[in-house]
Design a protein around this ligand. Sequence first.
Ligand code: NAP
Length: 541
Amino acid sequence: MSATPTTTSVSDYEVLVVGAGFSGLYLLHRLRAEGHLVHAVEQAPEVGGTWYWNRYPGARCDVESVDYSYSWDEDLQQEWTWTEKYPAQHDILAYLKHVADRFDLRKDIDFNTTLTGAEWDESQGLWTATAADGRVYRARYLLMAVGCLSAPKDIDLPGFQEFTGRVLRTYDWPEGEDLRGQTVGVVGTGSTGAQVVPALAETVADLTVVQRTPNFVIPTRNRPLHEGELDEIKADYPARRIRNKTHPAGVFRSDNPKNAYDVDDEERRATFQERWEGGGINFLGSFADLMFDQAANDAVVEFVHSKIDEIVDDPETAASLKPDGYPLGAKRPVVATDYYETYNRSNVHLVDVKKNPLETFTATGFRLADGTEYEVDTMVLATGFDAFTGPFTKMDIRGTGGRSLAEIWNRDGAKTHLGFGASGFPNMIIVANVGSPSVLANMVTAIEQHVDWISRLLSTMRDEGHTMIEAQESAQEAWAQTVEDVAAMTLWPNGDSGSWYRGANVDGKVQLFMPYAAGVVEYGTTIDKAAANDYEGFTLS
Ligand code: NAP
């Protein structure tokens, strides 16, 4: 796995941060400000994490720009200018580059540095991490700011090795490539597929979309910010940030307090319609019980089906696009612009491989079970991620007694105590990933909550003379059970969705519900209580 070492330099730090995306940058800033000797390594040549890599046409965040940004510096939020309601990939990347420059973070980041492994040295109480080029980093604390969606899923398409055309993957798309004039196939209709398909449809000659499981796609309704809108938001920014932290999703939403069947059919449909017109993830706030009551969820499913029928001209295509067999929300809801409308274009075709399986790829394209052949110049794979665990298990991480994190997580599933630490891996601290709200919330709010807790922890440890922290196995088991139990109170784990929330999108992956579904408010109370209780469930020494 690792490249031949070209250098043997050894660098010593108190804290090594792995990753320079939203988590890594804030960690670096915060810990440095508190006097820790901290350094970061980043695989890419630039900051940004997921927003550096995912440069595919149409890439955009579905949390509003003004909320998908750091809240910890008033001057920063006052001086930055967002131009659209929802930020495009390049807007977020420009923002993160600005943050790196403004807070002079780059001097403490080694770019183009891929860690291949990290080993806990019990005798010295230090992590030794090795980069692909042989450089070695030693640090007391290893902070895994690696992101939840940064390791692509392996290609598992039948006969794909036969295909000799060009292959592009959305997770590391070449800058500016729009495949103009080409015949293109896309596999994947998740959040990424639903953004790249309408964007590519504008430029390619012919686009065939291979769909396995249809998703519920809510219109984004992106727009430029109105004149004066940003000024109004900025005038109220601190209060807005506080409001965001009072909602489980880490971003304020005016959720309807009523349940779906508290109202008559007419009001229910009007409510869905109004939220659909408004666009975005607010649609999920239509009724309070959408994620808790099957009948309420059935009602929203029926509404989305009716919208698909309204928008899509061809009845057979419309039928294929309708998700069934799982509740809306069990798979990450998709927010995209003109997704269903795109199937009315003459250069776009939907292939439903649930009805007519993809038999094999060929040298020039792919063949379906009924013998239909498709020829393409380029295949675009928007096939998703080995979510949460992939960025960890692709590294060789060795804890106490040489135990392998990959072996344990691949065998038992990923378990942590409160989302921060895994038993047997002292001083490895996890940021906004498995066992915490992470992807079920505005990621930036979830990250800030984690970084604030971690920075308090490290300063407390320093002040109290501790040098080691480790999750207790019993506490970890109990927390993993809590994460499952909380998910089981919702409709999230239900149905046959194949969701990456529980590892079901990767063949053979142990299925555990990985994010903590109670949200950032409840979670904040829990982790603050643990901290106040001498970091209950962790052993400090
Ligand atoms: P994803 O949601 O896992 O979607 C992957 C797609 O590829 C699915 O449609 C899947 O079909 C399909 N696929 C995978 N393997 C396949 C195979 N062997 N044959 C046929 N189809 C196959 O991944 P994603 O779209 O990259 O999104 C991941 C997450 O990133 C999102 O859920 C979201 O959290 C985040 N994201 C957010 C935004 C945004 O803010 N708007 C944009 C992009 C991504 P099956 O469902 O049948 O497996």
